[in-house]
Design a binder for this molecule. Structure first.
Ligand code: FE
Length: 349
């Protein structure tokens, strides 16, 4: 996804300026969203059609939204929040930015590994779609079996081959947090050190840039979220299609702990003025129709039990089904601070 700076919506500005609160007949839900997909427009308008509740959206990236919630405090107009990473959702939870909610519908629909830990007060966040963090490799220069586990990214046989975005990016913090959960901290740090030793260049750019660097011959192995790969596979640009013909995709650790998946998810804001409508919105996101827009619109897998997506690009790259890790994402998120310290020690930029 592209990460744009804040684009405040005008009605929000009115609210901040002391405009009258919305009446029952004209309910407005203030949404802070890190999702920037055109397909989401249909998602919001269907919710409005079904409930009469209008959605007033403010766009930013995950970090910008969390910073804004913190700065606004109790005066925040935010009712509901959508973020695109488990480590960030976890951060929002521990910083007390979310309101724990009780919803039988959500508790039944969303598997426990894709949501915050349940407490007596309720649950603070729920994942509504998953994306896998996989390996892309140059089919002519790299043997698939040399890159079919995350562990091998640190193996000397892959020296000088790897391109990856910044270690401190949330997608990598979540992946490395999961690796730490699986291997334990000492082994995870050695692994990170090995990955740094194997880099073809200093980390820069987003996931798509790493795949393109494989195409350009700058490296032979890249790490990417699956929806960026699906986007290139479905692109009308012949260069993108040529690139995708040149690379192989591997879902790592199929024979051990499974491929790391991350989530896009939602939460109710701690100081929501309209918490009931906010819960209603999150419940709506778990419905089959909304799951199709939410997940499929960005080439992701739905999380709600019993919902299946028919997406040819996802089907082609995963071979239909794959083993994903079974640890709760909240556990990977909880390792974020530890991971950042390890990154600093091993010099992973
Ligand atoms: Fe993204």
């Amino acid at each position: 996804m592209t990460h744009r700076p804040f684009a405040a919506v005008s009605t929000l500005t009115l609210l901040l300026a002391g405009g009258t609160p919305a009446s029952a007949q004209d309910q407005v839900l203030n949404l802070y969203s890190a999702r920037h997909y055109s397909t989401d427009e249909a998602l919001y308008s269907n919710f409005t059609k079904a409930t009469g509740i209008r959605i007033n959206r403010v766009d930013s990236d995950d970090a910008g939204i969390l910073a804004r919630l913190k700065a606004e405090g109790a005066a925040s107009p935010a009712d509901v929040i959508l973020l695109v990473d488990a480590a960030r959702l976890y951060k929002g939870e521990v910083d007390g930015l979310f309101k724990p909610i009780q919803s039988k519908l959500l508790a039944d629909a969303i598997p426990t590994k894709y949501r915050a830990r349940d407490t007596a007060e309720g649950t603070t966040w729920f994942g509504f779609s998953t994306r896998a963090r996989v390996v892309v490799y140059d089919k002519l220069k790299v043997k698939r079996e040399d890159v079919d586990t995350y562990e091998e990214l640190a193996d000397p046989k892959n020296k000088g081959r790897i391109c990856i975005r910044s270690g401190s990016h949330p997608y990598n913090l979540s992946l490395f947090g999961a690796v730490t959960e699986h291997l334990g901290e000492p082994k995870a740090e050695l692994w990170l050190k090995g990955v740094v030793a194997n880099l073809a260049r200093d980390p820069k750019g987003g996931d798509t840039d790493q795949i393109k660097a494989v195409g350009a011959g700058e490296c032979q192995v890249a790490v990417s979220n699956t929806y960026y790969i699906a986007r290139l596979m479905r692109s009308n640009d012949p260069n993108d299609r040529a690139l995708m013909g040149k690379v192989g995709i591997v879902f790592p650790n199929q024979n051990s702990w499974g491929t790391h998946v991350n989530i896009a998810g939602g939460a109710v804001a701690r100081h929501a003025k309209n918490p009931t409508a906010a819960v209603k919105f999150l419940e709506y996101l778990a419905s089959p129709q909304a799951q199709d827009h939410f997940a499929n619109g960005n080439n992701e897998w739905p999380t709600a039990k019993g919902v299946k997506v028919n997406n040819p690009a996802l089907q082609a790259m995963s071979g239909g089904d794959f083993n994903s890790e079974t640890i709760p994402l909240a556990a990977a998120g909880a390792n974020t601070v530890k991971v950042q310290q390890m990154l600093d020690r091993v010099g992973f930029k």
